[in-house]
Write a protein that binds this ligand. Structure first.
Ligand code: GL2
Length: 831
């Protein structure tokens, strides 16, 4: 490398330039230095993965000054810090995003080209940190991006899972899961801070004691203690010097050996205790919505929450702040109920460890926390069996009982003689086995409670949290979700980005309302032509990817109709399938039946234990195989399942869509965020009045949105009356034939067993009203085909969808949280 340096640049680099310089010659040298010093490789033997790591390290060096300056400034200024507590952060690859946010893409490309490497191939080497399941985890990542970009003092706290969301492979049409060893090649972005570590207690019992002042107190005598170690990842804002921190906790044994066991000669048991401690942060639970009451999951939640709260106390102490001022220093947001044990834990820390009295501690706790609810599905509301909870967190159970005692007194005072209400609202559920209700704990312990889309927030107030709304209406608000336009527009769609830069100037990524100005160009045929060319190139890019990963060949001239998201009955991928089989059947029956050719793409993971979701994947692949192989239909219909949907391939998928499928049963999808990513990339939506679809349609206008299906009210009414799917089957011959075809084994090589459970589910119970919405959906899809036939008009609608998507920037959402919940001020950073 040193010989190269002499020949590569006439510039003599100072020591500082090597680590901070931003031009391509300096970057090139920095990559060579890291290859040599950090990886021990010469360019002649370096693989693309080696180059990835060297470039990542060079870029992290360039973040370092901003990162340290940011922490230092927050510390000096002593302003309020937003702490986003989330069990999931679905980050996606860092390198491309950091290059974008630092404005270094061009320089990096040139540096690598000079080294004989291709930046895109290098970017592709990054394994993605899949530390989340889906929308909830990705939302947390988008919010970190916006917090940094808007220069808000903020920190994300979560769990450093050794294995993230499993990698999905499709074998014989079935999903199989492979562990995600994202750390196996090392993680160049994180910095371990072993000196930032906290004790996490576990199990045991509590006891009464008399403190030095003669007061009676309680303390926790744990059975076990583990340690949580901080791993920090930089979160660089776009176009600013702010570089915030994501702090993820990793579990370690408190002592590397159980010395007693060791001394008695039981070496195995001694090491085993260490292994057991470390399992806490081994793996992400791969369940999206339904909560699963597993001990290890409670362990994970408590583990990261106590480390985070102890970290805040340490920061407060370092800054010399008074404990009474805790809530002025920290606004803590609970991303769903997963971190809601924090309410009891902060009480414990304040009372047991800092000596505050109950009332002072409670005032601080409620002023500190805000709670975001992300789902209405009853099975997803977390509860813990009381015996399990007591065994793991005995002191917290005592605290929760006391919170509950005082809380229920307040309920009785407001609603005298209403014991049913008291039972409904209690933190302890008494039906069947006793349960600790985490959503109730979150509501009682937070000054602000919000849903994630207007409809969802209203339904929360009317249904699952109606009693809390009756008691504390002032605590409730809506914060409609948003997505970062940096990753999901600028980075994912370079073609559109170039067109937007040229048309609007460069500020749109931080001022997304400016997309509106696109509307003044919709009547310009040349502009529309360029718009279509961008979409076409994106479709070709996706077609190449699909072919490489599935062998299926797609034509970018066809309509790309895409549904990517977790596989779940309420999201109704099977409704989409029924439409596809309907088209197939029409083509087979009437060969002259004509419609514009369509490629249907699906992607998404099913929870490994979710029987019906896994069978839906199998059915998608079975239908795809039959259709794609049949020359009578495959000139107008193709179906592909893109394996292993992830942030990485999502960035190829959203920009290539013509039509976005957002077809959940109304009232079930809290918000959705994929819907927004498609919209910003110029896809039209076919959707129900669910989640944020409602607000998207308000923005684009009814004429630019394909609406179908029952409303949330109608769904509730139909289910209340006793919904009978058989009625819909009996009244619709085409639907009946479709169901029979699937049940007959036509798509499964004559095997009439494999899809029987799906067919029976739909025809006998149909919990998500697939059959009830089928006819409206098929009719609406006919409207889509008709609209597609007029390409000029379609392009206008596509432009309008992008132009009116500005509301769905996560910058707007974060500004609302900062102002209305956190009381947060931005702090500009100067390096
Ligand atoms: C979810 C909701 O299902 C989804 O509609 C919402 O957009 C996201 C983010 O608010 O949260 N809730 C949930 O538990 N998961 C989600 O994706 N997993």
């Amino acid at each position: 490398p040193h010989a190269k340096r002499a020949t590569s640049s006439a510039t003599i680099l100072s020591g500082a330039d090597v680590r901070t310089g931003l031009d391509s010659a300096v970057l090139q040298q920095a990559v060579l230095d890291h290859l040599y010093y950090s990886l021990g490789r010469l360019p002649a033997v370096a693989t693309p993965a080696n180059y990835y790591r060297a470039l990542a390290l060079a870029i992290r060096d360039r973040l370092q000054q901003r990162w340290i300056r940011t922490s230092e400034t927050y510390f000096e200024r002593g302003r309020k810090l937003a702490c986003y507590l989330s069990a999931e952060f679905l980050l996606g690859p860092h390198l491309g995003n950091n290059l974008l946010n630092l404005g270094l893409e061009q320089a990096a490309r040139e540096a690598l080209t000079a080294l004989g490497q291709d930046l895109d191939a290098i970017l592709d080497c990054e394994p993605e940190p899949g530390l989340g399941n889906g929308g909830l985890g990705r939302l947390a990542a988008c919010y970190l991006d916006s917090l940094a970009t808007l220069q808000y003092p903020a920190i994300g706290y979560g769990i450093r899972y050794e294995f993230g969301i499993f990698a999905q492979e499709i074998r014989d049409g079935w999903q199989t899961e492979r562990t995600d060893k994202w750390l196996s090649g090392g993680n160049p972005w994180e910095i371990a801070k072993p000196d930032i570590a906290y004790e996490v207690k576990w199990g045991g019992h509590t006891e009464r004691y008399i403190d030095d002042d003669g007061a009676e107190r309680r303390r926790w005598v744990p059975y076990r203690v583990v340690r949580g170690i901080a791993y920090d990842t930089p979160i660089q804002g776009y176009g600013v010097d702010t570089c915030n921190t994501l702090r993820l906790w990793s579990a370690e044994a408190a002592e590397s050996f159980d010395f007693q066991a060791f001394n008695t000669g039981d070496y195995f048991q001694a090491v085993d205790a260490k292994l057991r401690s470390e399992t806490i942060t081994k793996v992400l639970y791969p369940n999206d919505e339904p909560a699963i009451g597993k001990r290890l999951r409670l362990a994970q939640q408590y583990f990261f929450v106590t480390c985070s709260l102890q970290d805040m106390l340490r920061i407060l102490d370092l800054a010399g702040g008074a404990i009474e001022q805790f809530a002025e220093h920290f606004a803590v947001q609970l991303n769903d109920t997963h971190p809601s044990i924090g309410v009891a834990e902060l009480m414990r820390l304040l009372i047991d460890e800092r000596g505050l009295d109950w009332d002072a501690a409670w005032t601080i706790t409620v002023a500190t926390f805000g709670y975001t609810n992300h789902t209405l599905l009853p099975e997803a509301l977390e509860t813990w069996p009381l015996p399990l909870f007591r065994e793991v967190l005995p002191r917290h159970l005592e605290i929760i009982y006391e919170i509950n005692r005082r809380f229920l007194d307040e309920v009785r005072a407001c609603f005298p003689d209403d014991s049913a209400r008291v039972a409904r609202m209690s933190l302890i559920g008494e039906a069947g086995e006793k349960q600790v209700r985490m959503a109730h704990l979150a509501c009682v312990g937070s000054h602000a409670i919000n849903g994630v889309a207007a409809l969802h927030s209203e339904l929360l107030k009317a249904s699952v949290l109606s009693d809390f709304h009756a008691l504390w209406p002032e605590r409730f608000s809506n914060k409609t979700n948003g997505v970062t336009p940096r990753r999901f527009l600028a980075l994912a769609n370079p073609g559109l980005r170039a067109l937007l830069d040229e048309t609007l100037g460069a500020s749109w990524p931080v001022d997304l309302g400016r997309l509106r100005e696109l509307e003044s160009h919709i009547d310009d045929p040349a502009f529309r032509e360029r718009w279509r060319a961008v979409k076409h190139a994106n479709k070709q890019r996706l077609a190449d990817y699909v072919q490489a990963h599935t062998g299926i060949v797609l034509d970018p001239d066809w309509l790309f109709d895409i549904q990517v998201k977790r596989i779940h009955e309420y999201k109704r991928q099977h409704l989409n399938l029924l439409h596809i089989v309907t088209l197939y059947q029409r083509l087979k029956t009437y060969p002259a039946f004509s419609f514009p050719p369509r490629a249907f793409l699906f992607g998404g993971k099913a929870a490994p234990g979710y029987f019906t979701a896994k069978r839906i994947i199998k059915l998608i692949n079975a239908v795809a195989e039959t259709i794609n192989a049949d020359p009578e239909v495959n000139g107008r219909l193709k179906v592909a399942f893109v394996p292993n949907f992830s942030v990485k391939n999502a960035q190829l998928i959203y920009p290539a869509a013509d039509l976005s499928e957002q077809i959940s049963t109304a009232g079930k999808e809290a918000s959705g965020t994929g819907n927004m990513k498609f919209m910003l990339n110029g896809a039209l939506t076919i959707g129900t009045l669910d989640g944020a679809n409602v607000e998207m349609r308000d923005e684009v206008g009814a004429e630019n949105f394909f609406l179908f299906g029952r409303t949330a009210d109608e769904v509730a009414r139909l289910q209340g009356e006793g919904y009978r799917p058989a009625d819909y089957l009996a009244g619709d011959d085409e639907l009946k034939a479709v169901m029979e075809l699937i049940g007959s084994g036509h798509f499964s090589g004559g095997d009439s067993e494999v899809f029987r459970p799906l067919v029976e589910n739909l025809t006998q119970s149909d919990p998500f009203l697939v059959l009830a919405d089928y006819a409206a959906y098929v009719a609406c899809q006919e409207g889509v085909s008709a609209a597609w036939a007029d390409q000029e008009q379609w392009t206008r609608m596509s432009i309008i969808n992008c132009a009116r998507g500005g509301k769905f920037s996560s910058d707007r959402a974060i500004a609302e949280y900062a102002r209305e919940i956190w009381g947060l001020q931005s702090v500009p950073i100067q390096v």
